[in-house]
Design a protein around this ligand. Structure first.
Ligand code: CA
Length: 216
């Protein structure tokens, strides 16, 4: 992935967060030579709109002229016409600064998932999730999951063994935290029921803290 962001603390924080997720990042601190961006063969470009020597929309235009590339804009300007400019370019998404890192990660994952560029199947114990194919199995049996349950399970599998709070699940799986946390409980219960049709409990409630997937 390519990240163009002139504000160094923002660029560093985003790079760290993406690398932590296992996403390779090439960072640029100003309007780069589009050929250099394309040479990095990115699956996705995250572009700041206001750069010292240019503008993220223009860069997107140059990149898109060379190749189809999903783009997430970062913009400090939240004027409606700026958002529309972005979408007229066929932008895949945008975030208004200041944004939460978790929100950016959720958007990046969503774009990669939508464009079929997110990695192949992931596993934890006898659970296998292929988000790209929209499939999940346990002990070889298909789990009939809703799209939200599939996203939730994929996140739990990636974070297996860790206690995840409802707030964390809301920001990571749903993309933001404006929903009632009860939404998490309802989906966890449904997912747990489907998992337990094919084996012992692996999705545990950690009282007062959240949930943990402990595959055996
Ligand atoms: Ca900027």
């Amino acid at each position: 992935m390519v990240l163009v962001e002139d504000e160094e603390p923002v660029r560093h924080a985003v790079e760290r967060a993406l690398r932590h997720e296992g996403i390779a990042v090439t960072g640029f601190s100003d309007y780069p030579d589009p050929d250099l961006v394309l040479a990095a063969a990115p699956d996705l470009a995250v572009l700041d709109v206001l750069l010292p020597s240019g503008d993220g929309f223009e860069l997107a235009r140059e990149l898109r002229a060379a190749r189809d590339l999903p783009i997430v804009f970062l913009t400090a300007r939240d004027a409606v016409e700026d958002r529309l400019d972005g979408f007229e370019l066929g932008a895949d998404d945008y975030l208004v600064k200041p944004f939460a890192l978790e929100e950016l990660l959720a958007r990046v994952r969503a774009v990669l998932r939508r464009t079929g560029r997110l990695g192949a199947a992931i596993e934890a114990g006898d659970v296998v999730v292929d988000e790209q194919a929209g499939l999940a199995t346990r002990a070889g049996s298909p789990l009939e999951l809703t799209p939200t349950e599939l996203r939730l399970l994929a996140y739990l599998v990636r974070q297996r063994g860790l206690v995840l709070s409802k707030h964390q699940l809301l920001t990571q799986v749903w993309g933001y935290d404006a929903y009632d946390p009860n939404v998490v409980e309802v989906h966890v219960s449904a997912l747990r029921r489907k998992l337990e049709a094919h084996g012992l409990r692996i999705l545990h409630t950690v009282r007062g803290l959240g949930y943990r997937l402990d595959p055996r």
